[in-house]
Write a protein that binds this ligand. Structure first.
Ligand SMILES: Cc1cc2nc3c(=O)[nH]c(=O)nc-3n(C[C@H](O)[C@H](O)[C@H](O)COP(=O)(O)O)c2cc1C
Ligand SMILES: C=C(O[C@@H]1CC(C(=O)O)=C[C@@H](OP(=O)(O)O)[C@H]1O)C(=O)O
Length: 390
């Protein structure tokens, strides 16, 4: 499967086209809308989220609730577009009109793609950069991820993303009976955190940062249960599934690091406390007594839960702005801003869940027969029987 996205943050709409989805898979707009709503809910977001109510329009690839095997086209409209029709119009700029010319963005924001993107593509109006580098694009990545999640779920694979840390406030690792419990508890939390004891502290940290005109980041974790053994491959560097997941996590705006299992802690531990011993029993076949490696060996799934974390830097647009330089006048300035998120870590945990789900669904459909959904299901069941009896 592959998908690309198109659309600007304040343009009319965002679009994604997904190719390679099996035919005959049940899919409704509701499957996607619930994920879009989760992405909008997190505490710490700015006024833009009050303007948007993200809803998907399925414009191709589904008939009577089933996928056709043809490209799936998903559209999410930007409500804010109506306030930006002049600035975001497709007509050429009227250079005689000073009001229009003045709207150009010539003041790059530190921590954003503005300056370097402007240089790279020759955009002296850096709105041409910021409109696309904005995390508004993650809306349709979540839509694609929702489709992937639906596919995985019908194959017995569940994905849950949650917040582990915000602004230095760290939650205890989640303890749950079933991954559904983790999903529900996270969904009910304003900061998408499983640990109720630190939820308030996280919200206070966000409030304090906002009051100071500052921003904070954090750490999100994605857990996946039910993956068949041996998805991905060790034989080529570009087929290693953990590497694909790492790339996907780092492609989320403002994500700066990724780790699996014990992650960076491994640097300080002996091998005897890092590797997962192999055991065998009649019912399950080969399992591990621990899961310190987070579900991967040699770029392939071990069948243990996948545990991946990503770190998000603090939001770069600050109400207490940083110094920068106007590219027309070369004069220094400290910009005033109208609106921004102060913390988007809860929203980012939904995006992380989506991108991980996407990579897993893509790897599964690549590895198993997947023209028809029923065939895919059958292939995976046969594979599970095979690995159990190996
Ligand atoms: C869900 C989400 C919301 C974001 N909201 C904002 C925002 O309101 N203001 C802002 O300056 N950056 C925001 N960001 C971060 C920027 O998009 C990001 O830092 C910027 O595009 C530069 O990319 P980089 O940090 O990956 O280098 C957000 C990121 C995510 C994932
Ligand atoms: C619109 C979304 O996030 C936006 C991401 C973003 C950025 O610079 O990345 C800046 C803000 O947009 P605006 O400048 O319109 O206020 C956020 O609201 C969204 O998540 O749907």
């Amino acid at each position: 499967m592959r998908h690309i996205t198109a659309g600007e943050s304040h343009g009319p709409q965002l679009t994604t086209i997904i190719e390679g989805l099996p035919a005959g898979m049940p899919l409704t707009a509701e499957d996607i809308n619930k994920e879009l709503a989760s992405r909008q809910k997190g505490y710490g977001r700015g006024r833009r989220m009050q303007i948007e109510t993200d809803m998907v329009n399925i414009t191709g690839g589904v008939r009577h609730g089933l996928t056709l095997g043809s490209p799936l086209s998903l559209v999410v409209e930007n409500n804010d577009w109506k306030h930006w029709t002049k600035i975001m119009g497709i007509e050429p700029l009227d250079l005689e009109n000073q009001e229009e010319v003045k709207r150009k963005v010539t003041r790059p924001r530190p921590g954003h793609a503005d300056l370097v993107g402007g240089m790279k593509y020759g955009h002296r109006d850096m709105r041409n950069v910021l409109e696309r580098s904005s995390a508004r694009e993650t809306t349709v990545r979540v839509a694609a991820g929702a489709v992937a999640k639906k596919l995985l779920s019908m194959l017995g694979i569940e994905v849950a993303g949650h917040v582990l840390e915000i602004g230095g406030v760290r939650a205890n690792p989640p303890k749950y009976e079933s991954i559904q419990e983790l999903q529900h508890k996270t969904e009910d939390s304003p900061v998408r955190c499983f640990d109720e004891k630190v939820e308030k502290q996280m919200m206070e940290a966000i409030d304090q940062a906002k009051a100071k005109g500052d921003s904070i980041g954090g750490i999100v974790e994605v857990i996946v249960e039910g993956m068949p053994i041996g998805v991905g491959s060790y034989v080529h560097y570009d087929r290693k599934l953990d590497a694909k997941i790492a790339q996907a996590m780092l492609s989320i705006n403002a994500f700066k690091g990724v780790e699996f299992g014990l992650g960076f802690e491994m640097a300080r531990m002996p091998g005897s406390e890092v590797h997962d011993e192999i055991i065998w029993n009649e019912d399950e076949g080969y399992v591990r007594s621990t899961n310190r490696l987070g579900g991967f060996e040699g770029g392939m799934t071990t069948g243990m839960p996948i545990v991946v974390r990503g770190v998000m830097k603090p939001i770069p647009t600050l109400y207490k702005p940083l110094k920068s330089v106007d590219i027309d006048t070369k004069e220094p300035f400290t910009a005033s801003i109208e609106r921004s998120d102060s913390c988007a870590v809860p929203a980012a945990s939904v995006v992380a869940e989506a991108v991980v789900a996407w990579e897993l669904a893509a790897a599964i459909t690549e590895q198993f027969s997947s023209d028809r959904f029923e065939l895919l299901k059958q292939s995976i069941e046969e594979h599970r029987v095979y690995t159990r009896g190996f």
